[in-house]
Each structure stands twice: as C-alpha cells, then as structure tokens.
Design a protein around this ligand. Structure first.
Ligand SMILES: [Zn+2]
Length: 464
C-alpha cells in the first residue's frame, strides 16, 4: 500500500517511482506494445476496461484502456508524434503499477484513461530503428515524422485570420471524440525530443509542480535544456518549463516577423488546445535520447546571439534548398505517394522557413547580446537534427522507388547524389555532437514522474 507515502510527501514518492521504471535497451514494436496491454487486461479483468475509440487510416483499431473509477479524469495518450516512442515505456509502466498497487490507485482518486498509441500506422513506420535506439545514425536513417498536416498532435480544427483547417484524420477525430467523452482534468500527450536536456510545456503556471518537474531529471542524472527553445515565440514560465500557446500566438508572431503564417500546406491546432475546452491541465515532458552537458551551461560565449541565429538560420536555409532541389529533380520520376514522400516534401521548405524566422529574429534589437553555451549547442545541433532526419526521409522516399523497380536511371542518379550528401551530413553530425545515450528507463522515468506530478496536482496531493 502506498497511500501513506503519498500523504507524507508526494515529491519524494514521485522521485522514487520515477526511478523505478525497468531497464531496457529497445523500444517495443507496436504488436509487442499492444500485446503487453492485452496481457495486463487478461490478468486484471476486474480492473482494466478496454474500449475502441477509432480506426487508423490503414484500418487498425485504436483502443483506450481505463483503470480506476475515481472522479478525476486523467487522459494519457501515446503516439501523438509516432517518431517519439519513449511514451510507450511510460504507459506500459503506468498501467502495470496502477494494476499492481491498490494504494497507488486510491491516492489519485482518479480514472486513468490510457491510449497506448493513437497513430499505429506512423509508429509502425518508425520500427526500423527501435532495435538500436542508442545509435543516432541508425535512428535517423530509419526515421519517419509525418508531414505537419498528418500529425495527430497538430491536426485539430483552426479558424483564425487567414488560417482555416478542418481536415482531421480519423486518428485525430478518434482523439477529439475521446477528449470530449472523458472531459479530462489532466491531459498528457506523450512527446519526446532528440538530443540535449529535459524540458516541459504546461498549460498554466504552478510553482510547486515546477519544483517537482525539475527535481526528477536531476535525481536521475539528466540535464535540463536551458538553451534555445523549439520555437522563438515560446515564453519560459521557469527554467526549462514553457507555457503552451495556441495556434493564434504563433500565427501572430510569424506575422510580426514578416513571414507567412499559413504556408502552402497548413496544419491545424494542437490536441492540448482542444483539451482546453474542458479546462484540462495539460502537461508535456520533452525527453531526449542523448544528453549533452552544454544543454544546461548558461555561461556567455564570445559570439553574439544575433550572429548565432544568423549563422544557424543560414544553415537551415541551405539544408532546405538542398532537399527542395533534390525533390524537384526527382519529381518527374516519382510515382509513389507515400507518407515518407509527403513528409519530405513538407519539411524541405519548412526547414528553410525556420531558417528565415531565425534570420528575422537575428535582426531584432533583443538579439544584440552574447549567446550562452546552451544556446550555441542547441542551435547548432538543430542544424544536424534537420539534416539527419529530413535528409533520411527524402532518401527513403527515393529508395522506395528504386527498390520497387520503378526508378529510371535519372532518378537513381538523384538518389545516389543525395546519398553522398547525406553521408557528409552524417560525418558532420558525429564530429560536432558526440551523442551520449540516456538509459531509456531514465528518460521514461522522467516522463512517468511528470504524469504522476500532474495527477498529484489534480488530486490535491501537491499544492496548485
Ligand atoms: Zn512531439
């Protein structure tokens, strides 16, 4: 029984449980993940309820598993970005502990709704690297991230100024229906990052929660990410903790920078924005696979922040140009309309756009200050991340045509030339950023701790 442990001190109990995720060195393929949930349901038929919430585009059923019957509704969703599988370890451990420990269930006074994977098609397309996730080149070479308008996380409806989006995928519709049915008090879509330190997004500020969120990675030996945030419009509520903003905030920010806030193939709003309508407290934990000590080094460098933004922004423009040129040269010969190709075609101009955003920010007066070591590290690594990820997706799209016997000699030459460029990008990335793999159970442990902290906040176990 763990009830007394919670009332005696939720932070210590969260720390302890975050450290208790079992070790493993691979990510489960989808069949293994779902088999694990089914085994738990078979072992605890009185505790675990399963309900189908929808169907993937390729026809696979999507299920939610519910445990507990308390009044607080905690909704935890894996696979919102199918290239981010740390959550698969988190949800597996969460349902196991909920079933094994009555005191743990009672402490939260909640019904837990857990979706193991809301994008099964996209998850399966990433399984090529799950056997050796510690190897960054192997990971990137088999990487798949859906085009923005095919990501469950970013395909919720929008109607703002010139932006209009209502083309929700079946998976997104399934999640929207579930959010409306559950009316969550706590909503945690399970994301993760790639290289650096740990950071979070929250839907509202909460000091006592922030203390726990920063203590858990420290206890597990993971650095915080104190460098450049994912997007220049983000506002930090505390070190490594950002406030979530809706679509309108980013739209207005891009407009102010003089950039196109809509783009040729717009996506929609986030699932957390959608959960707002029910007053949910939303939390996202971003955990890397590889850590780097520079990610929390806030000492000033000799380079100005403006120069750093301009230098790395120019690199993004160049990466985007290389990939856009490759896709233009390949276009007359491409016959397969695959998710990898649609992703490659969306991200090539997207990389250049993010470069232009950095260049616009470099020209602003607030960029006239020294950059920190953490900012330099994170800005530089994103250059490598974009090249490794989206160079690979472009290459995979071309290789699919070659392997299927559909590629004329011209297309094979385009693919070979890109393979040469990609090899240089791989060498550059390895030289620039030695990747120090994080134990997967520690990364999942930080995410698990965040899920428990959000649940504890809703249950009144910590002050809000
Ligand atoms: Zn994500």
């Amino acid at each position: 029984m763990s009830g007394p442990a919670w009332s005696a001190g939720a932070p210590a109990e969260i720390d302890r449980r975050a450290g208790g995720v079992p070790a493993r060195s691979t990510f489960p393929p989808l069949d293994e993940l779902l088999a694990g949930f089914e085994a738990i349901r078979a072992a605890h038929p009185d505790l675990v309820r399963r309900r189908r919430i929808g169907t993937s585009r390729l026809g696979e059923p999507i299920h939610v598993y519910a445990v507990g019957g308390g009044p607080k509704q905690n909704l935890i969703v894996g696979g919102v970005h199918p290239n981010e599988p740390i959550g698969s370890l988190t949800v597996q451990h969460l349902i196991e502990e909920l079933c094994a420990d009555p005191g743990f269930r009672e402490a939260f006074d909640a019904t837990w709704h857990i979706v193991p994977c809301v994008d099964p098609d996209g998850y399966r397309l990433n399984e090529g690297w799950f056997d050796r996730p510690a190897d960054r080149l192997h990971y990137a070479r088999h990487f798949y991230r859906p085009a923005p308008d095919e990501q469950v996380e970013w395909t919720f409806p929008v109607d703002y100024k010139l932006a209009y989006f209502d083309r929700m995928m079946p998976e997104t519709q399934a999640l929207a229906r579930l959010i409306d049915a559950v009316e969550p008090d706590v909503y945690v879509p399970l994301h993760n990052s790639e290289l650096g330190g740990v950071y979070y997004y929250v839907s509202r500020a909460c000091g006592p929660l922030f203390d726990i969120l920063r203590a858990v990675p420290k206890a597990l030996g993971l650095p915080l990410a104190l460098g450049e945030p994912e997007s220049g419009d983000l506002v930090a509520a505390a070190d490594a903790i950002y406030l979530m903003f809706g679509f309108a905030h980013t739209y207005d920010w891009l407009e102010e920078l003089g950039l196109d806030p809509v783009g040729p193939k717009p996506a929609g709003d986030s699932s957390t924005s959608y959960a707002d309508r029910h007053g949910a407290f939303s939390l996202i934990a971003e955990l890397p696979y590889w850590s780097h000590p520079a990610s929390e080094d806030t000492r000033a460098t000799e380079e100005s922040y403006a120069d750093l933004l301009a230098r790395t922004g120019q690199s993004h423009v160049e990466t985007g140009r290389v990939l856009t040129d490759v896709l233009a040269a390949a276009a007359p010969y491409l016959t397969l309309d695959t998710p990898l190709r649609r992703g490659a075609e969306a991200f090539a101009p997207g990389i250049a756009d993010s470069g232009r955003a950095a260049l616009a920010r470099a020209a602003g007066p607030e960029a006239a200050r020294p950059a920190t070591e953490a900012e330099r590290f994170s800005c530089e690594d994103v250059v490598h991340m974009f090249r490794l990820r989206f160079g690979s997706m472009t290459l995979q799209a071309l290789e699919a045509e070659c392997r299927a016997g559909l590629a004329p000699a011209e297309l094979r030459r385009v693919a070979r030339d890109l393979a040469d460029v990609y090899e240089r990008w791989q060498d550059d990335a390895v030289r620039a950023t030695p990747a120090d793999p994080i134990d997967l159970n520690k990364a999942a442990g930080v995410q698990y701790g965040a899920v428990l902290a959000a649940g504890a906040l809703a249950a009144g176990l910590i002050d809000g």
